[in-house]
Write a protein that binds this ligand. Structure first.
Ligand code: NAP
Length: 353
């Protein structure tokens, strides 16, 4: 029996996780949390908002599935990593923002960090815990989002409803907007750097519109291993929750008899500058990734509320990154300060855009 705590139970990942847990008698849901929606009766212990580590202390789970959206997921990520409790991580923002603090906690705790992001789950399976030195490079695939092929001029007036219409994945609003701007792939680059210990020069992004190949790892011996499957988050959720087993899901195996065309193209970095901004923030290190994430969260919220045009999201992040000092956070309080400062700057920029 594995005791699972599910944080973000009312969201897109959370609902799919409930389906996976419900189908596996060996998975026991001991606790569930949401941000504001009621979740009474979903699990023996529940919590709506507040400090989620209180719930985790009471629940004492074997696995924490962190499917909270945004920086709000950080305390739970650090709680699990520090204690060596297996962490199934969908909440990429916490690893991006906390960076070195999170990886130090992971090393001290010694537990498993199982990515739920489909690309990172795929890469994890291709890498099979091999040393970073054996790896030539890791390729993360991007669908390109709903605006693939459009020019900057064509994006000036796009609405939240248009940006929320993702071609291949059905996800929560924040990550869907991040997919439309390619900020999501930027966050994933930084996430991959911390998860797999690979330098940014060895992390590549390609656009692959059908989202069939989720990641590809090139090795120094000339071989490349890719992970293929239908775009369905129940697969990586199930992989993380049932690891090291591979148990059945309702998702069918890939059918090649219908003919499968795999197309790849370079991302359009000029139209979607957030990918380059994320790479730069990752390389600059310190609290630059935290500031990237904070400014992006503020800008996405402003866009969804109709206060900022689509192109203003990248402009807000760029101006914020140019204004912060990016100094490394030696402790959590300094990270929270860096996050708060970036949010203040981003709010100011977004208000004048
Ligand atoms: N959706 C996907 O397919 C997908 C794929 C890969 C990675 N991810 C990552 O998974 C995470 C969740 O994404 P999602 O698409 O599932 O988002 P979502 O549908 O918006 O759900 C977010 C969840 O977080 C909860 N939440 C928000 N603020 C909270 C707080 N302060 N304390 C506790 N819970 C809080 C929400 O509760 P309420 O409902 O009460 O607001 C909801 O349960 C994100 O980090 C995303 O990048 C998602």
């Amino acid at each position: 029996m594995k005791r699972i705590a599910l944080l973000g139970a009312t969201g897109s990942i959370g609902r799919q996780a409930l389906e996976i847990i419900g189908a596996h008698p060996e998975l026991e849901l001991v606790a569930a949390a949401s941000g504001s929606q009621p979740i009474d009766g979903v699990a023996p212990l529940t919590q709506v908002g507040g400090d989620l580590t209180d719930l985790l202390e009471r629940a004492r789970p074997d696995v924490v599935l962190n499917a909270v959206v945004g920086f709000a997921g950080l305390p739970a990520t650090l709680w699990a990593l520090e204690r060596g409790i297996d962490l199934a991580l969908a909440n990429k923002e916490s690893l991006v923002a906390a960076g070195e603090l999170a990886t130090s906690a992971w090393q001290r705790g010694g537990g498993r960090l199982l990515p739920v992001d489909s690309e990172h789950s795929a890469a994890y399976q291709c890498l099979e815990s091999r040393e970073p030195g054996t790896v030539h490079s890791l390729v993360l695939t991007a669908s390109g989002g709903p605006f693939r092929g459009r020019s900057r001029e064509e994006l000036a007036d796009v609405t939240p409803a248009e940006a929320l219409a993702h071609p291949t994945w059905n996800m929560g609003p924040k990550i869907t907007i991040d997919s439309a701007t390619l900020a999501n792939k930027g966050l994933e680059l930084i996430e991959a750097h911390f998860l797999f210990g690979l330098e940014y020069e060895r992390l590549e992004v390609v656009v692959h519109p059908t989202s069939t190949v989720h990641a590809l790892v090139r090795f120094h011996d000339g071989a490349a291993l890719a992970h293929l499957g239908y775009p369905d988050m129940r697969v990586p959720i199930s992989f993380a929750l049932t690891y090291p087993e591979r148990t059945a899901t309702p998702v069918p195996p890939l059918d090649l008899s219908v003919g499968l065309t795999l197309e790849f193209e370079a991302p359009d970095l000029e139209t979607f500058p957030l990918l380059t901004l994320a790479r730069q923030a990752g390389k600059q290190a310190g609290t630059y990734p935290c500031a990237f994430n904070a400014a992006n969260e503020v800008a996405v919220a402003a866009f969804l509320e109709g206060r900022l045009p689509f192109l203003g999201i990248a402009e807000t992040v760029e101006e914020t990154l140019a204004s912060v000092d990016g100094a490394p956070a030696r402790e959590l309080s300094e990270l929270f300060e860096a996050d708060a400062e970036a949010r203040r700057l981003a709010e100011r920029t977004a208000a004048t855009a």
